[in-house]
Write a protein that binds this ligand. Structure first.
Ligand code: HEC
Length: 138
């Protein structure tokens, strides 16, 4: 009985830190993603519409229809693509934007490392609002 008690306490002890670590892990991914975004994307993209940028602002990008930022002068290829920026589409775009959608104005970025993609996606998710995108109805 005593052993069982010790095992239970130890078991809980093992579970507790990992349960706590989960949000910290997500937060760490978002922070790493923000650093990578600054290094790889920020020189052309603002994360929100309050800053000017050469490329379209990426606020709310996950789940957003392509080419819909008002007043941004998109290429015909992007504007007419009819795609929605799902995580899979964003991965393909980061990996090989020219191959994924030929004829756009975005210079090739070529991020093939899946972990780097994961981090950038975690950050892009943190500045996105799926509910808002549903309301826009793409
Ligand atoms: C050298 C500048 C530059 C860099 C670096 C760059 N982009 Fe872009 N990006 C652009 C331009 C310009 C466009 C608009 C392309 C068009 O209209 O054809 C664009 C378009 C996009 C779009 C489509 C947006 C929409 O409204 O449909 C996404 C998504 C995107 N970029 C993601 C990224 C991500 C993520 C990174 C970093 C990994 C990145 N870009 C790096 C210049 C850049």
């Amino acid at each position: 009985m005593r052993n069982l008690l010790i095992c239970t306490v130890m078991g809980l002890g093992l579970l507790a830190p990992s349960a706590q670590a989960e949000p910290v892990f997500e937060q760490a991914k978002v922070m790493a993603g923000e650093m990578l975004f600054k290094a790889e994307c920020r020189r052309c993209h603002a994360p929100d519409t309050t800053h000017d940028s050469y490329g379209p602002p990426l606020e709310n990008i996950v789940g957003r229809a392509a080419g819909i930022v008002e007043d941004y002068d998109y290429s015909i290829a992007l504007e007419a693509s009819g795609i929605v920026w799902t995580e899979a589409a964003l991965r393909a775009w980061m990996e090989d934007n020219d191959g994924f959608m030929p004829g756009t104005k975005m210079r090739h970025v070529g991020i093939e490392d899946r972990t780097v993609q994961d981090f950038i996606l975690a950050y892009l998710n943190s500045i996105s609002d799926a509910e808002k995108n549903k309301q826009i109805d793409n």
